[in-house]
Design a protein around this ligand. Structure first.
Ligand code: PPS
Length: 300
């Protein structure tokens, strides 16, 4: 065990397994991860690539609305996780099986994945459909993931301390593996014209600007009025109150412990990180991503 670590990791994710050297929860089983590689993409698909807790649901709602010309009625009738399938997810209780939802879905599909670049569908790596990557600074993301680990039975309702979770996150001992490896894998393809890298913090700073840029990247010119409506609809408070986006009916999330729409801010990490943890996080960042030129915003 590395000298800085104080905890043996005892927490087990339900059905956890290691695939391609990456830890996964049981809701991304090996057969699904294999099948994802053979998934056939369509020219007009849009993929949303995120590490968990980076602002995935936020981007799903925005892109679904852009691709469906601001169909707010449609968005009010079906939860976002059924409109925008999570490719490598398989939950028979919720009847949310990403591949089964995506395959028969009419175009344009908006598909979510938390997989690193090397594990996405082979066809997507060769195809010219669009992928929007959302990055979020790892400190806020780690805090968000900690709360999700505690509130979600799919994560095994983590009972350990913040300190232990911090160590798990830094070492990549969490569902979908190392944030550092994940981030590197997608940053390496940032110059592909079909990939657009966006940042949670930029969305917080100026959501309208981001929506306008997304419309242009996705080739969907929308009226100023629809863009304004999307920006309003996708504000944090609006999405928190909206049962179609806040995962209210998802059995695995205990909202009393923490709802999916928890805080939605930049800088919450300061309420959790000790000075030593902050220094360690910066050290890990320099070690893993220091030579990439990729920089994050940690406060607004
Ligand atoms: S998941 O389960 O991996 O798909 O989770 P994900 O959607 O990626 O991340 C959840 C965090 O995103 C925040 N969120 C938002 N922030 C600002 N504005 C809007 N509209 C918004 N929608 C979701 C959500 O609150 C979670 O972050 P934390 O920091 O926990 O609040």
């Amino acid at each position: 065990m590395a000298p800085w670590r104080k905890h043996e990791f005892t927490h087990k994710l339900p059905g956890e397994h290691v695939y391609n050297g990456i830890l996964f929860f049981g809701f991304s089983p090996p057969d699904t991860l294999r099948a994802v590689r053979d998934f056939t993409v369509r020219e007009d698909d849009v993929f949303i690539a995120t590490y968990p807790k980076a602002g995935t649901t936020w981007m799903q709602e925005i892109i679904w609305l852009i691709m469906h010309d601001g169909d707010f009625k449609g968005a009010s009738e079906t939860p976002v996780y059924f409109r925008s399938p999570f490719l490598e997810f398989k939950d028979e209780i919720l009847n949310e099986v990403g591949l089964e939802l995506a395959n028969p879905m009419s175009s344009p599909r908006v598909i979510k994945t938390h997989l690193p670049y090397s594990m996405i569908p082979r066809h997507l790596q060769q195809h010219s459909c669009k992928t929007v990557v959302v990055f979020r600074n790892p400190k806020d993301l780690c805090v968000s993931y900690y709360h999700f680990y505690k509130s979600s039975s799919s994560m095994g309702n983590f009972q350990g301390s913040w300190e232990e979770f911090f160590e798990m996150f830094m070492t990549g001992h969490v569902d979908h593996g190392s944030w550092f490896d994940y981030t590197k894998s997608w940053w390496e393809v940032k110059d592909n014209p079909n990939v657009k890298v966006t940042f949670y913090e930029d969305m917080k700073r100026d959501l309208r600007k981001e929506v306008v840029e997304l419309c242009s990247f996705l080739g969907k010119p929308l009226s100023n009025e629809i863009i304004d409506d999307i920006v309003r609809h996708c504000g944090f408070e609006s999405m928190r109150r909206n049962p179609m986006t806040n995962h209210e009916d998802v059995y695995s999330i205990n909202k009393e412990i923490s709802p999916l729409m928890r805080k939605g801010t930049v800088g919450d990490w300061k309420n959790y990180f000790t000075v030593a943890q902050n220094e360690l996080a910066d050290y890990f960042y320099r070690r893993h991503l220091g030579d990439t030129g990729l920089q994050f915003t940690y406060e607004l």
